[in-house]
Design a protein around this ligand. Structure first.
Ligand code: NAD
Length: 242
C-alpha cells in the first residue's frame, strides 16, 4: 500500500506481544522498522535500551532519522502493568509505571514532532488502553498512567495537526500477550483456563490477539485515517469495561 511502502517507523516494546505484531505487519507492507525494547526485537534495526532513561528516549527519533533517512511513524507501544490497590503500591511502582507508560511517550513525541514537521508530516500512535478511557478496578496506577497517555494523545492531536502530524491512540481491552498471561500466573491461575473464561465474556467470542491490535495501529498511521487526529480508538470485541 502507498501508505507504507518506503516509509519508516520507530516502534517501542517491539519484542513484546503486540509490538512484535506491529513490527511484522509494518514490514509486510514495505515499511522499514526500528524496534526498541529491553532485548533485541525482530525489526530491521534493533535498539536495546531502557525507556526509563530520559536521554535514551530523547535521542531515539534522531537516531531513527540518521539510521533510516526519515521518520514517518512513531508507535509508542511499550508499557507495563502494575496491579493492586493504591494501599499496596510503593513509590517505586508509581514512578516506574509513569516513567515507562507516560514519560517515555512524552519524550519520544517531543523529540519526533519537530523532525516530522520539518519533513512535512507524520503519524504517531500511542498504545493506551480501554482502562485509560473507562477506569477498571484495582489497577489505579496502570489506569491513571493510561489515562495520561490518552489525554496526551488528545492534546497532541489538536496541537500538531496543522503541521501534518496526526496523533491518535489505540485502546485495547484484553489481548492475548505475555502481559495478560503473566498476570494470571502471578495470581496463581492457569493462563489457558483464565483466557478461556475471558473469551466467554467477550461478545465477539474471544479476547484480542496481537494482530487484531496491530491492524488498527496500521490503519491509524495509514492514509485511510487521514482525517483522524486525537482519536482514542477502542478495540474491545464488543466488551465494555466492567
Ligand atoms: P508485553 O509485556 O508483551 O510487551 C511490552 C513490551 O514493552 C515488552 O517487550 C517489554 O520488554 C517492553 N518494555 C517494558 N518496559 C520497558 C522499558 N523500560 N524499556 C524498553 N522496553 C520496555 O505487553 P503487551 O500486551 O504487548 O503490551 C503492549 C502495550 O499494550 C502496552 O502499552 C500495554 O499497556 C497495552 N495494552 C495491553 C493490553 C493487554 O491485555 N495485553 C490491554 C490494553 C493495553
Amino acid at each position: 500500500m502507498a501508505s507504507f511502502r518506503g516509509k519508516t517507523a520507530l516502534v517501542t516494546g517491539a519484542a513484546g506481544g503486540i509490538g512484535r505484531s506491529i513490527v511484522a505487519r509494518l514490514q509486510a507492507e514495505g515499511t522499514t522498522v526500528m524496534g526498541v525494547d529491553l532485548s533485541a526485537a525482530e525489526a530491521d534495526h534493533n535498539v536495546t535500551g531502557d525507556l526509563m532513561c530520559g536521554d535514551f528516549c530523547n535521542g531515539l527519533p534522531e537516531h531513527a532519522v540518521t539510521t533510516m533517512g526519515r521518520l514517518d511513524f512513531l508507535v509508542n507501544n511499550a508499557g507495563i502493568i502494575t496491579r493492586g490497590k493504591i494501599t499496596e503500591a510503593t513509590d517505586e511502582d508509581f514512578a516506574r509505571s509513569m516513567a515507562i507508560n507516560v514519560e517515555a511517550p512524552f519524550r519520544l513525541c517531543r523529540a519526533a514532532i519537530p523532525l516530522m514537521a520539518d519533513a512535512g508530516g507524520g503519524a504517531i500512535v500511542n498504545v493506551a488502553s480501554c482502562w485509560g478511557v473507562h477506569p477498571g478496578p484495582n489497577h489505579p496506577i496502570y489506569v491513571s498512567s493510561k489515562a495520561a497517555v490518552a489525554s496526551l494523545t488528545q492534546c497532541l492531536g489538536m496541537d500538531h495537526a496543522h503541521q501534518g502530524i496526526r496523533v491518535n491512540a489505540v485502546c485495547p481491552n484484553e489481548v492475548n500477550t505475555p502481559m495478560i498471561r503473566t498476570g494470571f500466573a502471578t495470581r496463581g491461575l492457569d493462563p489457558e483456563k483464565a483466557i478461556e473464561d475471558l473469551n466467554a465474556s467477550v461478545p465477539l467470542g474471544r479476547i484480542a490477539e496481537p494482530d487484531d491490535i496491530a491492524d488498527v495501529v496500521l490503519f491509524l498511521v495509514s492514509d485511510q485515517a487521514r482525517y483522524m487526529c486525537g482519536a482514542l480508538l477502542e478495540v474491545n470485541g464488543g466488551k465494555p469495561v466492567q
